[in-house]
Design a protein around this ligand. Structure first.
Ligand code: ATP
Length: 476
């Protein structure tokens, strides 16, 4: 079965299909309908945003603050997915990407471009060598248009806060920090550049490696613990909310990365030389992303027993006390308060984390709402949440700027009246075949993160019994 077909899109969708033979919900239409992307420009935050429509089972999920609707990772290149494999040559234009060539020098010749690691809508990412210390870094070269540069400058402030607040605290190990930043001038304008530690594949690649059947529980526990330590550091010590947590934005850390890079470079250089020669002849700027992360993880069939992750891509992050936009979070990981325009805080990240952990355990989205003739994608999303977690207090449901679009004056959903409850423990047991004991333990860990109000904090969750035997051990 094709990977794309295999990956289902949320247990609730299936549950409705299964249970609603004659109900109004049978009218919900789950055909794969691609809606056109409709750009909205958020003037208050100077950020262009996109709402991507129904596009389930594609690898990449919508991104909000930046006009970013597709990015690719090294893993995508290797898996030959049906994603767009490289950035568009058309975006090498004024305001767009900087045309980096292998061997180009940056920051007064301190850094030299070695090869391409990946790209996003916002930037291209390059392996560079620091000529001063002989170390390797990943360099993000951001598009030059004003809103990209301004967003990147905000990102740098937050990355510097992360880097300097308490680098020796255990949580800091699980969040990406910044090594250097500088500007580069080129034919398409002035570009912000940032350098980072070189990391490996993202967690979506790991989900794929396990054929979307779920990552082994001990590995998921390690990821959950590290994510919570990282988030506790981000939220409590740095005062930062990530706002776009999802498997794509969590990268795997590589041991002995410098040695691995050196081992891999020789064989790749020939290939690059050929590609550079080939592409320059046609006036193309696009070099293929090198699947460095994949080759560096070496034997992909070898069972993994330990994992070390880093929370990455702070490009959509904001301060606890200064939000740049109210349009946050990728659809499937979006919290209810964000959907109905209520107040949100660091708890929004905790909601996303619960969705992410469920996905790591099962290979499926926790929520993947779809629109239909009689209800919107937001209506369906809120309905799925209530079906899983239980009813919302009317005061909570009606507390947002957009609440009246979705809820009547009693706090009931306006457009979807008939709900079928299916609690998380039963979903894990019935649909995903966890034992009753495991299902209960997982649900007891995830449900405090899915509370509509008084959601657990990262610090609270670190002490949950589900993570008791998982490293790193907490002191004190
Ligand atoms: N530190 C790193 N080490 C290795 N590869 C990296 C690193 N950072 C980013 N990459 C690679 O570059 C790709 C693009 O990075 P990233 O997603 O941060 O870019 P972006 O322009 O912010 O994209 P997006 O459209 O996702 O917002 C990643 O998918 C990954 O493959």
């Amino acid at each position: 079965m094709a990977l794309k077909e295999y990956r289902d899109s949320g247990h609730c969708r299936y549950s409705r299909e299964r249970r609603n033979d004659l109900s109004i919900h049978t009218k919900r239409n789950y055909r794969q309908v691609r809606q056109s992307l409709s750009p909205r420009f958020d003037r208050s935050s100077r950020r262009c945003t996109y709402e991507q429509g129904h596009d389930f089972r594609t690898r990449d999920r919508q991104l909000i603050r930046r006009p970013s609707f597709r990015s690719t990772s090294t893993a995508a290149t290797v898996d030959n997915d049906d994603d767009i494999e490289e950035e568009s040559n058309n975006e090498y234009c004024s305001g767009g990407y900087h045309p980096v060539k292998i061997g180009d020098r940056f920051a007064n010749s301190r850094y030299i471009a070695i090869h391409k690691l990946g790209w996003g809508h916002f930037s291209t990412v390059w392996l560079i060598r620091d000529q001063l210390h002989g170390r390797y870094y990943a360099m993000k070269v951001v598009k030059s248009a004003k809103h990209y540069s301004e967003t990147a400058l905000d990102e740098i402030k937050m990355l510097e806060k992360i880097t300097h607040t308490s680098p020796s605290s255990v949580g800091a190990r699980f969040v990406t920090d910044i090594a250097d930043h500088f500007m580069v001038d080129g034919p398409n304008g002035r570009h912000v550049c940032m350098t980072f530690q070189v990391l490996g594949e993202n967690l979506l690649a790991l989900i794929k490696r396990y054929d979307h059947r779920g990552i082994p529980v001990p590995l998921v526990k390690q990821i959950a613990k590290q994510m919570l330590l990282g988030l506790d550091y981000l939220h409590r010590q740095c005062g930062i909310i990530h706002t776009d947590l999802k498997p794509e934005n969590v990268l795997m850390y590589l041991e002995n990365v410098e040695d691995l890079i050196r081992d891999n470079l020789d064989k790749k250089q020939d290939q690059h030389r050929r590609i550079r020669h080939h592409s320059s002849g046609r006036g193309s700027h696009v070099l293929p992303s090198d699947p460095l992360g994949c080759s560096l993880t070496q034997d992909r069939n070898k069972p993994m027993s330990n994992i070390h992750i880093k929370i990455a891509d702070l490009g959509n992050a904001c301060w606890l006390d200064k939000h740049f936009t109210e349009d946050i979070q990728t659809r499937q990981y979006r919290s209810p308060e964000v959907i109905f325009g209520g107040k949100w805080d660091a708890g929004a990240d905790i909601w996303s984390l619960a969705c992410m952990i469920f996905e790591l355990l099962t290979g499926s989205y926790l929520f993947d709402p779809q629109k239909d003739r009689s209800f919107s994608r937001d209506d369906d999303h809120l309905a799925q949440m209530i079906e899983l977690v239980g009813p919302m207090r009317p005061e909570f449901a009606l507390s947002g700027k957009r609440s009246r679009e979705f809820f009547d004056c009693h706090g009931y959903l306006r457009h979807i009246r008939r709900l079928r409850y299916w609690n998380l423990e039963d979903v894990l047991y019935d649909k995903y075949s966890f034992s009753r004991k495991d299902a209960r333990a997982i649900a007891s860990f995830l449900l405090p993160m899915l509370q509509f109000e008084r959601r657990a904090t990262a610090g609270d969750l670190l002490h949950h019994s589900w993570l008791e035997d998982t490293a790193p051990k907490l002191t004190g």
